[in-house]
Design a protein around this ligand. Structure first.
Ligand code: SF4
Ligand code: NI
Length: 673
């Protein structure tokens, strides 16, 4: 058998020869780092073949530079391959490395003889919080084995040739320059940074060309060990491994330690899956989301009322519904613990969202009595049942809150009548939680709280939670955020000093701006807490309602998640949600909780609740007496009936006519824009 060293030599010579005949312009769009590896190693921002040869000379004939220039000349790749990863996407990946949600990087190249071995490696990488890049025949093998690929799955198919693995090197180079302060051309600090911070290894399956072997081997200079699967690569510095040991060997070599406790359910469970979605076509069964009644509730119970680890399903399981069907659902989590307090309930309850999304085939949006949960066809085909959601929750809660939770039991109710019977009590509990904060004013506190839990979906999103502006998901009040901070001081809820007031009406504060700028990774400079138009808060996707400007009538409409019809804007809740979510600031639109509507601070910059011209009747009914009381307090007891709904004003024309007929006060107010 041929040795790796001989192949490297031939490969270098071949790359060298091809570099001499390279012609034309080279480069990627969507990056400020030219050809990043070449730029990092030489400081030259190469744009054409001539400059490429110069850089290659300066690099001392580095195969990484040759490979990068030659691959750039070949141009992009077609979907589903990603090819070159743009800076914006990379920045997001970089944060996951910095915040520890990704502990290391892997590159898998070559063509596995047995796709299942490659699939198992990928699975293990996901479960161990690694981000994996794939190049070469392995991608097709994984597709054939039914493995889901994509950034959302932390398995990134770079390209069909193993040489596309060069994009893995350009990612390391850019992370060093973006996050590590490495100056282009400063080879030593680039190599140091790569070895120290961007912990990475390569798994090489058979089938690499000589050029690819030379390229892969030069990754070792970045502190990247090369693990060779099978017996195709002998000698050199490559480390032979059995496929089953590859991931652990790589992580050990890099000194990465993660504790993974397997949860006994037939699907993988990892933060790697948190950002995925399950589309309608991929869904086997869904719960809530407007189709069926559904809610979730976490309660503290005396220790002796809990059978630790018990998971109970009351009602039919997935086998009782046809594909594409829906079931009602109550998720009841009972916990006990010496250190547990009732005040902690809402904070822990919010984690149900996170944990269900960890499941490879389970998906969760929203909260309380508006949850929406899906199980994928893949998962159900692999034997996942509703009970497994309970097992997942029971394990995850204990794993993440070992100090607080001594015992936990989970009950999942899919019997529609029972769910309906339990709903009023759940709603009472939600209302009681909201009441604890009633009467507290923003002016009474010096500190607000942040929440960045949703950055896994919306990387630049930051919720600022104040006594009078609860989080847009409606699940976290200022008190809850304070408690969450007490429970985990380094967690997603941090105290934010108000600092100097920039504008009391808009609700703009110096220190809040500073915090948001930092927490949004520089994406958002300033926010107004009480305005819909001027630097409004960003929105992730979890908002209970959307408040949107209706320019024609100088007013604002509010639409809630459970309303599936069209608003007079000609858009449904989900169309609007698609435009404003994702962590962007969208002047004229804000994501809000229901209880914020009842706050004195509700869009006070635009004049407050008097601006509201339209709400779905279900929301009006739900807010009912509380809304009447708030309007009375504001001196507008008869405004309630002047607010239109989908029956009195389905279209914008109807709305204009309606508001005139009832003499809505907004008609006499100063124009919004
Ligand atoms: Fe936290 Fe805001 Fe997401 Fe609610 S919507 S979980 S408060 S980031
Ligand atoms: Ni969110």
């Amino acid at each position: 058998m041929d040795s790796v060293n001989a192949a490297i030599e031939r490969g270098r010579a071949a790359l060298d020869a091809r570099m001499q005949t390279l012609a034309g312009r080279l480069g990627y769009t969507d990056t400020a780092y030219a050809l990043p590896v070449t730029y990092g190693l030489t400081g030259l921002a190469v744009q054409d073949a001539e400059e490429a040869r110069e850089a290659y000379r300066q690099s001392g004939g580095n195969p990484l530079v040759a490979c990068e220039c030659l691959m750039a000349a070949e141009g992009g790749v077609a979907s589903p391959y990603t090819g070159f990863i743009p800076d914006t996407v990379l920045r997001r990946l970089g944060y996951t490395l910095v915040d520890g949600s990704v502990v290391g990087l892997g590159l898998i190249v070559g063509t596995p003889e047995n796709p299942d071995a490659a699939a198992a490696i990928c699975r293990e990488m996901q479960e161990k919080y690694m981000l994996t890049f794939l190049a070469g025949g392995v991608v097709e093998a994984l597709f054939d084995a039914g493995v889901r690929l994509g950034l959302d799955y932390r398995l990134v198919p770079l390209g069909p040739q193993s040489a596309h693995g060069i994009h893995f090197a350009d990612i390391i180079a850019r992370i060093a320059m973006m996050f590590g302060g490495v100056r282009p051309g400063d080879v030593q600090s680039l190599l140091d940074y790569a070895a120290r911070r961007a912990k990475a290894f390569v798994v090489a399956f058979p089938g690499l060309t000589d050029e690819e072997i030379a390229f892969v081997d030069s990754l070792r200079a970045l502190g990247v060990p090369i693990l060779a699967v099978g017996d195709s690569y002998e000698g050199g510095e490559w480390i032979p491994v059995n496929p089953a040991d590859a991931v652990q060997t790589g992580m050990d070599l890099l000194g990465i330690k993660v504790a993974v406790t397997a949860i006994p359910i037939p699907m993988a469970c990892s933060p790697a899956f948190e950002g995925k979605s399950i589309r309608k076509e991929e869904m086997y069964v869904e719960f809530g989301g407007g189709r069926t009644p559904a809610f979730e509730l976490l309660r503290m119970r005396p220790r002796d009322e809990i059978e630790d680890g018990a998971v109970t399903v009351v009602g039919p399981d997935v086998d009782a519904v046809p594909e594409g069907g829906a079931l009602p659902l109550a998720i009841l989590v009972d916990v006990a613990g010496a250190k547990m307090k009732v005040d902690y309930e809402p904070v822990l309850e919010r984690r149900i969202h996170t944990f269900i999304n960890y499941g490879e085939g389970s998906w969760h949006v929203a909260q309380r009595d508006i949850i929406w949960v899906r199980l994928s066809k893949d998962a159900v085909a692999k034997g996942v049942k509703i009970r497994d959601i309970g097992t997942l929750l029971a394990h995850k809660f204990k794993m993440e809150f070992p100090e607080l939770i001594d015992a936990i039991q989970v009950t999942l109710v899919t019997d529609g009548q029972k769910v309906q019977e339990m709903l009023p009590e759940a709603r009472e509990i939600y209302a009681r939680r909201d009441e604890r904060i009633a009467g507290m004013k923003d002016d009474d506190v010096e500190t607000f709280y942040s929440c960045t839990l949703c950055q896994t979906f919306a990387p630049s999103h930051v919720c600022i939670i104040t006594p009078e502006r609860p989080a847009l998901c409606g699940a976290i009040t200022w008190l809850d955020a304070r408690i969450a901070h007490e429970i985990s001081p380094a967690g997603a809820n941090q105290p934010v000093a108000k600092g100097e007031v920039v504008d009391a009406i808009l609700g703009e504060f110096v220190e809040v701006n500073r915090f948001v700028k930092k927490a949004s990774h520089g994406e958002v400079d300033r926010i107004s807490l009480y305005s819909l138009l001027e630097n409004p808060m960003t929105a992730c996707g979890c908002f209970e309602c959307i408040a949107a400007i209706v320019p024609e009538v100088n007013g604002v409409l509010i639409v809630s998640r459970d309303f599936s019809g069209e608003t007079p804007l000609g858009m449904t809740f989900s169309t609007l949600a698609g435009t404003i979510g994702g962590g962007a600031q969208t002047p004229g639109f804000i994501g809000i909780s229901k209880s914020y509507i009842l706050s004195d601070r509700f869009i006070q910059a635009e004049g407050g609740i008097v601006r509201v011209v339209w709400m779905p009747s279900s929301l009006k009914e739900e807010l009912g007496d509380r809304l009447r009381a708030q309007l009375a307090r504001q001196g507008m007891p008869d405004l309630f009936d002047r607010i239109a709904d989908e029956v009195s004003a389905p279209t914008i024309e109807d709305l204009i006519e309606y508001l005139e007929r009832v003499g809505h006060p907004v008609l006499g107010m100063k124009p919004l824009i």
